[in-house]
Design a protein around this ligand. Structure first.
Ligand SMILES: *Cc1c(COP(=O)(O)O)cnc(C)c1O
Length: 384
């Protein structure tokens, strides 16, 4: 492994212990569009035969993510949902999953709607409450699927404690690490068996590529996942792999700047009289602050907040000038989202209400713009 290599160097150069040669001394990995690779001889291979199985551009990306997450292997897929779908395929027929209720809306939709056809059932609980997790476990529970901090209300789950529960009940622990990325949090080192990413978000970071990753902790799982990817075919294309690799090079710089901006904005929001609640795990009085600090080295740049009226929330969506009113997150451009009708519309109403995803609730993905410009934009959108 690459214990000696800093995360900044890994992001820029890839894994020095697992390097794929670049032809002609190319500094960046070229985009290999070729889908077929000629065999040097009978039963011989250059290492690449057919792009669904492996592709040099994608392989460099996969090796880099594996090194960043400290796993045994990664597959790069066509989206975050493709990654979660592939992970779901690993579960035996008729399995039950316990998942965080504070989770990406599409994940719940996948488990509830598509998983059902495979005999899968799901119980969503507050995974920040280990007793609730334990109480939800049944005889056929196969896995625990966690997002921390959660989406959109930023609840923090104790990964080390959840790992103990999983060991006791022989469950697979999968963590969606999209919000913090391995720059701030490495779930495999805290006991997770799989890490999942929407690579569309922070890892690629420029709001211009759709991608997903599934990283396995053990070599055995990595081989199963690789075989499944080759069979199911939801792999990432070479151009998207290149864009994701290019984005990854600046991950540390972006994460630091976005976090610094988010810290300032969260503090500013807290001081507004019409802001009723601010959820940001970088605020010392956030309920998840201490726990997050015990398992992650940063708080990231996702903020959610509620304002006093629905009118103020809706007005802000259309009045922002610099910030876009758009779904998605994690890119260099700041985006403001309305979870009740956008990202979380498929979360059952009862869970939405319990989480406080009301009509007054907004989610902000903070980008790399000047913090003061973002604050000015929010002020004119929320106050005039
Ligand atoms: C966006 C997102 C997903 C889904 O990823 P896509 O790349 O949009 O398919 C999954 N989990 C989280 C936390 C996300 O933010």
């Amino acid at each position: 492994m690459s214990d000696h290599c800093s995360i900044e160097t890994l992001c820029t150069h890839g894994d020095p212990d697992n390097r794929i040669p670049h032809p002609f001394g190319a500094v960046t990995m070229p985009v290999f569009f070729s889908t077929a690779y000629a065999h040097p001889g009978f039963l011989e291979s250059t290492g690449y035969d057919y792009s669904r199985v492996s592709n040099p551009t994608r392989a460099e990306l996969e090796n880099t993510v594996t090194a960043l997450e400290e796993g045994a292997g990664t597959v790069a897929l066509s989206s975050g949902m493709a990654a979660i779908t592939l992970w779901m395929e690993l579960l035996p027929q008729g399995s039950h999953i316990v998942c965080s209720e504070d989770i990406y809306g599409g994940t719940i939709r996948l488990f509830e709607n598509v998983g059902k056809n495979h005999g899968l059932s799901v119980t969503a609980v507050d995974t920040g409450d280990t007793k609730a997790v334990e109480a939800a476990i049944r005889d056929n529970t196969a896995a625990l699927f966690v997002e921390t901090p959660g989406n959109p209300t930023m609840r923090v789950s104790d990964l080390r404690a959840l790992k103990k529960i999983c060991e006791r009940h022989h469950l697979i622990l999968a963590v969606d690490n999209t919000f913090l990325t391995p720059y701030f949090q490495k779930p495999l080192t805290l006991g997770a068996d799989f890490v999942i990413h929407s690579g569309t978000k922070f890892l690629s970071g420029h709001n211009d590529v759709l991608a997903g990753f599934l990283t396995s902790k053990t070599r055995e799982d990595a081989e199963r996942v690789q075989a499944l990817t080759m069979t199911c075919g939801s792999c990432l294309g070479p151009l998207d792999s290149y864009l994701a690799l290019r984005g990854l090079k600046t991950l540390p710089l972006r994460m630091e700047k976005q976090q610094a901006n988010a810290q300032k904005i969260a503090q500013w929001l807290k001081e507004r009289p019409y802001v009723e609640a601010v959820h940001y795990v970088g605020l010392p009085d956030d309920p998840g602050y201490a726990l997050n600090r015990s398992q992650a080295t940063g708080a990231g740049s996702m903020i959610s907040f509620s304002v006093d009226t629905k009118e103020r929330a809706l007005r802000a969506l259309t009045k922002v000038k610099l910030i876009y009113f758009a779904e998605s997150l994690g890119g260099v451009e700041s985006l403001l989202t309305y979870p009740a009708t956008q990202t979380h519309k498929d979360v059952p109403q009862e869970i939405r209400e319990r989480l406080g995803i009301t009509d007054n609730f907004l989610r902000l993905s903070v980008g790399i713009e000047g913090a003061d410009d973002l604050i000015r934009d929010l002020q004119q959108a929320l106050e005039d």
